[in-house]
Write a protein that binds this ligand. Structure first.
Ligand code: UD1
Ligand code: MG
Length: 503
């Protein structure tokens, strides 16, 4: 009982404190409390992309555009998240489900794009019974910051008003303009196509991102009518409605953060911005040799004191451990790199694990299921697939190791190949701790090389090698004395080709 009371009192104190603060300065405090839902508008085709693929499926740093607002909404705890989809609905839904889970998103279909107001109106039934704050986001605005949304939700909750994001871009063309009265209060938003020359000269624009109490949004969108230049249901018409009723508040954002993607040039620009933002964040505790050339996707994590070389690409769920070095030109996808490991230049890795202190590359290739143990070495032109390489083992040159389990302290000589495929199925090679595989050997799977066994150079091993044994499969070499003279005599009189003189 006492504990509960104490918790309640603390809660009260916090709430009281938050009230006295500026929503813009302490956004998180407000966004944390009370239910939030989100509507993500993503039904448009994106004609200017000139693509067979709907706009919101185009990727920015490896993530489809639509995943950015949906991910942000979920980070803010929004539930439900309603996606309004139209073009390529099944594809978009599939991408969202794969990324966020089958139950995470409610999908509403908008078969005809009759305007942003129409889209939100269609989404409202999916929020039946919801009484909190509703966020409205666009599927094509990936650079939006979480802090902006927290401030937005906090403002809407605190003042029970409609909060909208505005910006002042260098060029306002195409945006709806924010109209204020003589006292500076927002009284509405006018679309460019409907604006008077005076209104068009306004520099503050509507970013199209809002937060408002669900009840207001429900009533206001139900009352919309398509009386405008484009014959659409404008969501922006609800701003004037709010100005006359619950009130309007503004959260200002940097124009670059709220820019929508309409064509491929804007996609590339936004990707560069996002890339710089991500790299700058990791530079708080990791060294980037040349940040402008490093590509780090949003789901990657980089631990303290890691070093990232020039032209490095880190994709998917790659994790770089404490103090690990990723040298120039490496491309790592879904790869876990242990503490202190060194990945030397031009290593390519996909879905692999690199143990702590391991050294990989240069020019190594790790394919799915490669699992490199601590302190192990994988050198140049070595390819591993579905292979465990044990602690301290070495495969330093020119090898293919597939479907293999290799123990600790094993040496794999240059040119070793596991023959894992017979044209029908993949089969396994097992190499026990301490074994030594001589250069240019073929291990024909399924096969096992025992503990501390030695495979002599050039062997084709087709049967299991017992622990500690030597496997040698070698045709004896014959020496024919005087061979060069015999040949010379045979060709006496004919000219031996002489190397051309260098000019
Ligand atoms: C909208 C705003 C404008 C604002 C601008 C910011 C309106 C009427 N205008 O204009 O004030 O400055 O955004 O970028 O809201 N969508 C649907 N279904 C529809 C229509 C749109 O899902 O029927 C989606 C689009 O896919 C897109 C988003 O809503 O993701 C915005 O639509 P868009 O047509 O780009 O609106 P704008 O004309 O840019
Ligand atoms: Mg737009």
């Amino acid at each position: 009982m006492a504990a509960t009371k104490q918790a309640k009192e603390q809660g009260k104190a916090k709430a009281a404190k938050a009230k006295g603060q500026d929503a813009g300065k302490q956004p998180g405090k407000h966004a944390d409390k009370g239910p939030v839902a989100a509507i993500v508008l993503a039904a448009g085709k994106g004609t200017r992309m000139r693509s067979a693929r709907t706009k919101v499926l185009h990727e920015l740093l490896g993530r489809p555009l639509v995943a950015y607002p949906v991910g942000l909404a979920r980070e803010l705890g929004a539930a439900p998240v309603v996606a309004v989809l139209g073009h390529q609905l099944a594809l978009v839904e599939g991408v969202l489900t794969a990324r966020f889970g089958a139950d995470a998103i409610a999908v509403v279909e908008q078969t005809e794009q009759r305007g942003t107001g129409h889209a939100v109106r269609l989404a409202m039934p999916a929020l039946k019974g919801f009484g909190g704050i509703v966020l409205v986001l666009y599927g094509d605005v990936p650079l939006l910051r979480r802090e902006t949304l927290q401030a937005l939700v906090g403002t809407a909750r605190r003042y029970k008003c409609l909060a909208l994001v505005t910006a002042t871009p260098a060029d306002a063309t195409g945006y709806g303009r924010v109209v204020r009265d003589s006292r500076g209060n927002v009284i509405g938003v006018v679309e460019e196509k409907d604006a008077t020359p005076d209104e068009r000269a306004l520099t503050e624009v509507n970013a199209g991102i809002y937060a408002a109490p669900a009840d207001f949004l429900r009533t206001a969108t139900a009352g919309l009518a398509p009386k405008n230049a484009q014959g659409e249901y404008y969501l922006t018409d609800i701003i004037a409605v709010a100005a006359r009723s619950i009130g309007v508040s503004v959260v200002e954002a940097d124009a670059r953060d709220v820019a929508g993607i309409n064509d491929r040039a804007q996609l590339a620009d936004a990707e560069a911005t996002m890339r710089a933002r991500i790299n700058r964040r990791w530079q708080e505790h990791a060294t980037f040799r040349e940040p402008a050339t490093a590509v780090v996707e949003p789901d990657v994590t980089i631990d303290v004191d890691a070093e990232i070389g020039r032209n490095v690409t880190l994709r998917g769920r790659t994790r770089i451990g404490h103090g690990a070095h990723i040298e120039d030109g490496c491309i790592l996808v879904d790869t876990e790199v242990g503490a202190g490991a060194r990945v030397l230049p031009y290593t390519i890795s996909n879905d692999a694990i690199i143990g702590p202190g391991a050294i990989i590359g240069p020019f190594a290739r790790l394919r799915p299921g490669a699992d490199i143990g601590p302190e192990a070495h994988v050198g140049n032109f070595v390819e591993l697939k579905k292979t465990v390489l044990g602690r301290g083992s070495k495969a330093n040159h020119l090898s293919y190791l597939g479907d293999a389990i290799i123990g600790e302290g094993v040496n794999i000589g240059a040119g070793t190949i596991t023959c894992n495929y017979n044209g029908y199925e993949k089969r396994q090679t097992i190499i026990e701790d301490g074994a030594f595989i001589g250069s240019d050997s073929q291990l024909v799977a399924p096969v096992r090389v025992g503990r501390d066994a030695v495979v002599a150079a050039g062997a084709t091993v087709t049967e299991d090698v017992p622990d500690g044994a030597l496997a040698i499969g070698r045709i004896p070499v014959i020496h024919k004395a005087g061979y060069s003279e015999t040949v010379a005599k045979r060709y006496a009189g004919s000219k031996k080709p002489t190397p051309k003189k260098k000019t």
